[in-house]
Design a binder for this molecule. Structure first.
Ligand code: PLP
Length: 362
């Protein structure tokens, strides 16, 4: 049997007619930027996450950057980020001119927690970016206590956690702002790049919208040196279709994950742990192994796709080599040990059984 790490096939087949309809609607209307598809999607996604404002933008990276920028964060400031995340989280901080300060994650959930935050704090600290990595939220109570006690801004990086919950509240409903990516492979993905920022703060929302539209507050009235980062009508129309089945897609992933969790029994493979009080949307099913090289070869031989999130930690990336971010042994452990198993809507029971069987024989 051959199983890819991921495929859009079954999802696209299921949505085919509605997606083509969405395309036709925008195509025939002939209005491609800043129209009703984007504003309707913004309303629907804000409601889905339980927030007052949603501002569509071009990418998840831009969503984080625009939120930081709108908060006035820049040169001379520090922003606390997890040591184990996709590089975009940290790049967004660098783009503002601020300095990223990394902290190690919780050793069971691999997500940011209260640990290390106090040590990372300085008089320059302005904000914390909590990443909801792999599809479950960070330890929100501990992080919220810390940002409140120290009068800091909180930005959630929700690029991997569309629909995840913590104590019954959606990822994206905790921070002063929350950033989402709609990169095609995310749990809610466009057919190209896309992103959004959520907030309850009306003034912040206005600044974010202006910053993503050349800094303009009204047509040709430019209050800020903004950029061009907008969610186009075509992507917004596709996202409106896909948002309707996000919960169903996440439930499917959860069903697969539950089988992996209960049926994979191998001392050489450490399974993921879901933290207390939360629901996981399994953007990534991350397992740890002490012999990644052997496991990769074994999966190759057995026709099972996989991925690594992420093989080089940020502080070891060439781009950050001269930034002296510090030493992060747990992030290095994750990079050395993590493999992501196949996880996508439409995997058959036979495929899931095959993966389990192969892994149990490793
Ligand atoms: C995908 C991702 C981003 C960046 O999103 P893009 O839309 O690709 O710019 C940011 N943070 C995390 C954790 C991600 O997984």
């Amino acid at each position: 049997m051959k199983i890819p790490f991921s495929t859009f096939g079954p999802m696209h087949e299921k949505m085919r007619d509605e997606m083509l309809e969405a395309f036709t609607k925008v195509y025939d209307k002939g209005w491609f930027i800043q129209g009703s598809e984007c504003s309707e999607f913004e309303k629907e996604f804000a409601a889905y996450c339980g927030r007052s404002h949603c501002i569509g933008c071009a990418t998840g990276l831009d969503a984080i950057y625009l939120a930081l920028k709108a908060m006035g964060i820049g040169e001379g400031d520090e922003v606390i980020c997890p040591s184990n995340t996709f590089i975009a989280t940290v790049l967004a901080v660098s783009y503002t001119g601020a300095k990223p300060v990394l902290v190690e994650p919780d050793e069971l959930t691999y997500n940011m927690c209260g640990k290390g935050l106090k040590e990372a704090l300085s008089e320059k600290t302005k904000a914390v970016i909590a990443v909801h990595l792999y599809g479950q939220t960070a330890e929100m109570d501990e992080i919220l206590d810390f940002v409140k006690a120290n009068d800091l801004k909180l930005i959630e990086d929700c690029a991997q956690a569309h629909g995840a919950t913590y104590k019954g509240k959606k990822a994206g409903s905790f921070g002063d702002a929350a950033a989402f990516s709609f990169y095609p492979g995310k749990n809610l993905g466009a057919l190209g790049d896309g992103g959004a920022v959520l907030t309850d703060d009306e003034e912040l929302a206005k600044r974010i919208r202006a910053l993503g539209n050349y800094g303009s507050v009204a047509k040709y009235d430019h209050q800020y040196k903004g950029t061009n980062s907008r969610l186009d009508e075509m992507q917004a129309a596709f996202l409106r279709v896909k948002l309707k089945s996000l919960d169903e897609m996440n439930a499917f992933r959860n069903k697969v994950a539950m089988r992996f969790l209960t049926e994979i029994k191998n001392d050489k493979i450490k399974l993921p742990v879901v933290g207390e009080n939360r629901t996981h949307v399994w953007h990534i099913f991350a397992v740890m192994t002490d012999d990644k090289k052997a496991l990769k070869e074994y999966l190759d031989k057995n026709g099972i796709g996989y991925n690594e999130h992420y093989p080089i930690p940020i502080h070891k990336q060439g781009a950050y080599l001269y930034d002296k971010l510090g030493s992060f042994p747990f992030a290095e452990y994750i990079s050395a040990s993590e493999l992501s198993l196949p996880m996508y809507y439409g995997m058959s029971d036979e495929e899931v059984s095959y993966i389990i069987d192969v892994l149990n024989k490793f």
